[in-house]
Design a protein around this ligand. Structure first.
Ligand SMILES: [Zn+2]
Length: 485
């Protein structure tokens, strides 16, 4: 939670991978103890037959590549929120992306091996430690237990499924990007077709109830109140289900980080585990469908509407995510970010906004300098929803407040890396020739549950149900699969 919560449903679509062509696979089993490494899913043609692996290349080199998968389809646009699930779902969590120059990933099992799914969906043992390397021409090369070129996997054609030995502590991955981390879950390695060949997404496939404790352990301070954890568990579950609905055509539902929900993987943190267990299967609904229960670190006392701060549209335009004058509160007054001040260099910031606008908001790309920044509109709670910027040529631009925050925080080539990020879109700005002085409130987008506010209410004796009612007014808590209450 050190980073501001910032569920960003408008992030650009990334690599979906479920197209039929990608489900075909190619395998080359080469010399060595590891003999069969395969793609993981049947062809969508449902012909009942599988493409057989080609014969091993006697020279130990790569076999011929199949045709490339089709272009990446856009992120699925879902207008309707999902219904509460009937059974516990599996959520796909992107835990890391390896990009060149990092191409090598070392894999270790808890025991002497890990399992890779074979053509029949059966586990195939691979001795470890093994090294997986993404090559420039789109191959995934696995070297197992010192056996050079143990197997070659045509990476672009589907995900490589790796499973830990049943009952073990999981698979340990080591790379420049991941450090040394163990995940006791099924892991799929997927080639990114929207980036240079060689980029790998590492995606954990985790049962929802096993996923959530690792969210809570990272999102909240571990010594916070039990009721705050319980409320957060229901919100995080609801949010995750809505992300799954919106990302069905992509090869992951959420990322392990600020753009979705923070996640530590497996955790032993007792309060997190108990909060998930006690609320097992419980979700927030409104009008019988799941609420995308966004949350952020600190609302600063003036929460935001989801349609303003997350994304417009019917998915978010619902009463539990819409503020009123009575939404103003001070339960998060103890947060270190309740009020804040910072200063940005005027010239550099103007260039940053222009550079950001060139790709994200073309109508603003011609902005030239910054002369003033004023609040243009506020929501019913008094939080700014848009700002008006006047530039050095007296041109006027209006921009939603969260977008302006993204522009302030964007890293652009040719400009210094952003060291101190603007914490929220709720601020006033005094512009001089030298600096832009900001006075702001809160940390994060301000929609839905306020984490510091939840802890404040819990300390004042509120139950988790009361906390949820406060932050998602008119939403119901509904029991689905596995619910105990
Ligand atoms: Zn708050």
């Amino acid at each position: 939670m050190d980073a501001g919560r910032a569920n960003d449903t408008q992030r650009p679509s990334e690599t979906p991978s479920a197209s039929p062509g990608r489900r075909a696979f190619l395998l080359a089993a080469l010399a060595g103890s590891v003999t069969v490494l395969t793609g993981c899913e049947p062809p969508a043609s449902s012909s009942g037959s599988r493409r057989l692996p080609p014969a091993p290349d006697p020279d130990g080199g790569h076999v011929q590549l199949p045709e490339r998968p089709p272009a990446v389809p856009p992120r699925l646009v879902v207008l309707e929120r999902p219904l509460p699930p009937q059974a516990e779902p599996t959520i796909r969590v992107r835990v890391a992306t390896l990009r060149p120059p990092t191409r090598r990933l070392r894999v270790e099992g808890d025991g002497p091996r890990v399992y890779i799914q074979d053509a029949n969906g059966q586990p195939k043992a691979v001795a470890t430690p093994a090294t997986i390397e993404a090559t420039l021409d789109g191959w995934l090369v696995i070297e197992a237990a010192g056996t050079p070129r143990a197997g070659t996997y045509e990476f672009a054609s589907g995900a490589l499924v790796m499973k830990p030995v049943p009952g073990s502590k999981g698979i340990r991955f080591q790379s420049d990007v991941t450090g040394s981390t163990s995940w006791p879950f099924e892991i799929r390695l997927t080639h990114r077709t929207d980036e240079a060949i060689g980029a790998i997404d590492i995606v954990g496939h985790v049962q929802m109830e096993a996923y959530l404790p690792g969210v809570l352990a990272k999102e909240l301070y571990q010594n916070w109140s039990r009721e705050a954890f319980l409320a957060q568990a229901v919100a995080a579950r609801s949010y995750a289900l809505c992300e799954m609905a919106q990302n069905a055509t992509r090869h992951f539902d959420v990322v392990a980080g600020e753009a979705s929900q923070a996640w530590v993987g497996a955790t032993t943190h007792r309060t997190s585990l108990e909060a998930v267990q006690r609320t097992s299967g419980m979700v927030l609904t409104w009008d019988s469908r799941v609420v995308p229960a966004y949350y952020s670190s600190c609302c600063g006392g003036r929460p935001a509407n989801a349609v303003d701060a997350i994304a417009p549209g019917p998915f978010n335009a619902i009463p539990p995510l819409t503020v009123s004058a009575s939404s103003v509160r001070d339960c998060c007054r103890a947060a270190p970010t309740w009020r804040w001040r910072m200063s940005l260099p005027t010239g550099e910031t103007a260039k940053r906004i222009a550079a950001w606008a060139r790709t994200e908001r073309p109508a603003m790309a011609k902005i030239d300098g910054v002369r003033s920044i004023d609040v243009a509109a506020v929501n019913a709670a008094g939080r700014p929803t848009s700002f008006r910027i006047v530039d050095a040529k007296n041109q006027t631009f209006e921009i939603p407040s969260e977008r302006l925050r993204w522009a302030f925080n964007s890293d652009n080539p040719g400009l210094p890396v952003v060291r101190s990020r603007v914490r929220s879109g709720d601020f006033t700005a005094q512009v001089s020739a030298v600096s832009i002085a900001l006075e702001g409130r809160g940390f994060g987008h301000g929609v839905g549950l306020c984490q510091y506010g939840a802890e404040g209410l819990a300390k004042d004796g509120a139950t988790w149900r009361e906390i949820l009612r406060r932050f998602y007014p008119s939403a119901d808590v509904v029991s689905t699969y596995g619910a105990k209450a």
